[in-house]
Write a protein that binds this ligand. Structure first.
Ligand code: ZN
Length: 509
């Protein structure tokens, strides 16, 4: 470009950024309304809240599909501004283009039909799951698959329509790459889980199913979150039915959890998980708030942070060396006579089970492999929706070795498909894989890392994550980030090595 046009480019770019920040502020207002709806809103407020959220969603959508954005993007793309792909400007333009194309390629008719269908479909799913009656959900699933296929066609893809769907949740990821990584993981996991099933040492799970008074769980969870670095000046923890983390904006990150009087794991590891998400949000660069450079990379990278603090830190022996004495003090009746070995083994129980969200660190990934395979078959048409329960049950038995008793504990258990979220599940196991690879690198870079955990010092790990991942925003795509941080593409080796190193000694293998 000639220098004469430079001011026009600068003007276009500044206007793009201003619009991006406005959309982010509106989005964060939606997040706050959503958080309030899940935590403190009285039931009577539901209808007005739905109207508020719908109005804001419409305003955001209009801002994001404005044709003037397309013109500004094109002007920036044709200029020197984006010549060096690593600059703030180039990253912002790249990602704003991606979002603009996603928003504008879908016809309004399809967007509205998807919203309407998924809202009705969720109601049908709630009843179907409660009654374990797949027939009540089937017509909705059929319709959602059809609409989802249409969505993929609008977005476009090279080889596989599933790629377009995956890209919605995990930008730039492909089905081919995920299949390759998952195949290696599955092969080794199945063997490990079988060996654990026949292992001589067994955990005493009952340790965790004792009386754990809720008010003491509340302060324990707050203590754990603070210990690993959650900033209560810039965040809070509240109680909900379905826990989540909501990054409202700089200086305001809210996590939620739920308490079960007779089971410690739910609140504790739930809090550690959401704290991991929150630490990422609290570490994003404030100066870029509201733009891609100030945003998280992807769902899988976000999940890698939650899984790291939940599993790689929170279920480690080093963590409990530090934290068990305090936990014992909080629950002297339940844990007074429980030793470190017994406790660590109990929180690391591996056992095939039906429900994904209750699964342990090892078997969890087989639940995802199953969903990833079935979603592809449903989208490609190889599997008809009416045959889903049979296909689910057959594959579940092959992967986890137990027979599904009913559809409530089988193909009806997750809410995702009823939302039309097809292509989402893979991000959970990708998150585990990224977590393992990042953690292995952190251990190399920070000798004595676990000794610091045992002393209650989590700063070295948090600082490392802040530096390597959080402060980068969306500068790199997920696949590039893992290469830059660990020098290798994403693979399954580190996750398997982590699981073996943990479970083999616990189970006496
Ligand atoms: Zn999560």
């Amino acid at each position: 470009m000639t220098t004469a046009t430079a001011p026009a480019v600068k003007e276009s770019y500044d206007a793009l950024i201003e619009r991006s920040k406005e959309a982010a502020l509106l989005g964060s207002t939606c997040s706050l309304l959503h958080w309030d709806k899940e935590t403190y809103m009285p039931p009577g407020g539901a209808e007005n809240r739905a109207n508020q959220l719908a109005l804001l969603a419409g305003i955001i959508h209009d801002k994001c599909v404005d044709p003037v954005l397309g013109e500004r993007l094109s002007r920036c793309e044709a200029s020197d501004l984006v010549k060096d792909g690593a600059t703030v400007e180039a990253v912002n333009v790249r990602e704003l283009r991606r979002m603009y194309d996603k928003e504008t390629k879908l016809p309004k008719r399809l967007v509205e039909e998807l919203v309407r269908t998924s809202s009705l479909s969720q109601e049908a799913w709630v009843t179907a799951r409660k009654e374990s009656d797949y027939g009540k959900f089937l017509p909705w699933l059929e319709k959602l698959i059809k609409l989802t296929r249409e969505k993929a066609d609008c977005w476009g893809y090279d080889k596989n329509p599933y790629d377009a769907l995956l890209d919605e949740f995990e930008p730039y990821e492909t089905c081919e790459n995920v299949s390759k990584v998952f195949a290696g993981l599955q092969r080794e996991l199945v063997g490990l889980i079988e060996r654990i099933a026949g292992a001589p040492k067994r955990p005493d799970k009952t340790i965790l199913i004792r009386s754990y008074p809720v008010e003491r769980q509340v302060s324990l969870c707050r203590g754990a979150a603070a210990a690993v670095g959650f900033d209560f000046q810039s965040g809070r923890i509240d109680t909900v039915v379905h826990p989540f983390c909501s990054g409202i904006g700089p200086g305001d990150t809210r996590i939620t959890t739920r308490y079960n009087e007779r089971f410690l794991n739910e609140s504790f590891f739930g809090t550690m998980h959401e704290t991991g998400h929150a630490l990422y949000d609290q570490g994003l660069p404030r100066e870029h708030y509201g733009t891609p450079m100030g945003s998280s990379v992807s769902l899988a990278i976000h999940e890698s942070q939650s899984r790291m603090w939940e599993n790689f830190v929170g279920r480690s022996r080093a963590f409990w060396t530090f934290f068990l004495p305090e936990t014992r003090k909080a629950f002297p009746e339940a844990l007074g006579s429980v030793g470190l070995d017994a406790f660590v083994h109990a929180v690391n129980t591996v056992e095939p089970s039906y429900i994904r969200v209750e699964a342990d660190e090892a078997t969890y990934n087989l639940h995802i492999v199953l969903r990833f395979e079935l979603e592809q078959a449903l989208v490609s048409g190889k599997l008809a929706a009416k045959d889903l329960p049979e296909a689910w049950n057959k594959r579940f038995k092959e992967l986890l070795g137990i027979a599904v008793p009913d559809d409530r504990r089988g193909c009806l258990q997750d809410v995702h498909w009823s939302f039309g979220h097809i292509g989402y599940f893979a991000t959970y196991t990708l998150g585990n894989l990224y977590a393992a690879q990042f953690f292995a690198q952190a251990r190399k870079d920070l000798p004595g890392l676990e000794d610091s955990f045992a002393k209650g010092d989590f700063r070295p790990l948090l600082d490392w994550l802040r530096r390597k991942i959080h402060c980068q925003g969306m500068r790199l795509r997920a696949g590039e980030l893992v290469r830059e941080v660990t020098d290798r593409p994403l693979g399954h080796a580190d996750l398997i090595a982590h699981l073996k190193a943990k479970f083999e000694p616990l189970y006496g293998l």
